[in-house]
Design a binder for this molecule. Structure first.
Ligand SMILES: Cc1cc2nc3c(=O)[nH]c(=O)nc-3n(C[C@H](O)[C@H](O)[C@H](O)COP(=O)(O)OP(=O)(O)OC[C@H]3O[C@@H](n4cnc5c(N)ncnc54)[C@H](O)[C@@H]3O)c2cc1C
Length: 104
């Protein structure tokens, strides 16, 4: 999709009279969507957190920033971070036997 859009953009610029137009698209994740520092998963050998974002090795540690995702891909991730943090909070409440809020 990135390459397609870059090529269409270059076409538009050329039709407008621009010269020496260079277009580019990267398939790599953008540097503003950092992820993967403490990936979640079921294998403690290859992941830091379990599926609830609780550390495999530290019983009372949950990590709910963007680092749980192996890779942010190329899409904005902030809403995913929020949703995951709410889910992890529900797991903590369940674990402690506390009541859920009205939104839960
Ligand atoms: C320029 C730019 C534009 C972006 N645009 C979008 C967008 O349009 N949509 C979107 O969804 N996402 C966007 N993002 C990505 C989004 O901002 C991040 O994915 C998100 O903020 C990551 O959340 P986080 O909680 O993992 O980390 P952060 O938001 O980076 O939070 C980490 C926090 O930890 C604090 N901290 C660091 N070290 C320590 C320490 N030793 N002790 C205590 N505190 C510490 C930092 O001060 C910071 O407050 C953008 C990012 C950038 C840089």
């Amino acid at each position: 999709m990135g390459w397609y859009l870059a090529a269409r953009g270059a076409e538009v610029l050329k039709r407008l009279g621009a010269r020496d137009v260079v277009s580019f698209a990267s398939g790599k994740p953008p540097t503003n969507l950092v992820a993967g520092a403490s990936r979640f998963g079921s294998d403690p050998q290859t992941t830091v957190l379990d599926a609830d974002c609780r550390a495999h090795d530290v019983e009372n540690l949950y990590v709910t920033d963007g680092s749980f995702m192996p890779d942010a891909g190329n899409a904005p991730v902030t809403w995913t971070i929020y949703a995951n943090a709410f889910q992890a909070a529900d797991r903590i409440i369940d674990r402690l036997g506390g009541p859920r809020g009205s939104a839960g």
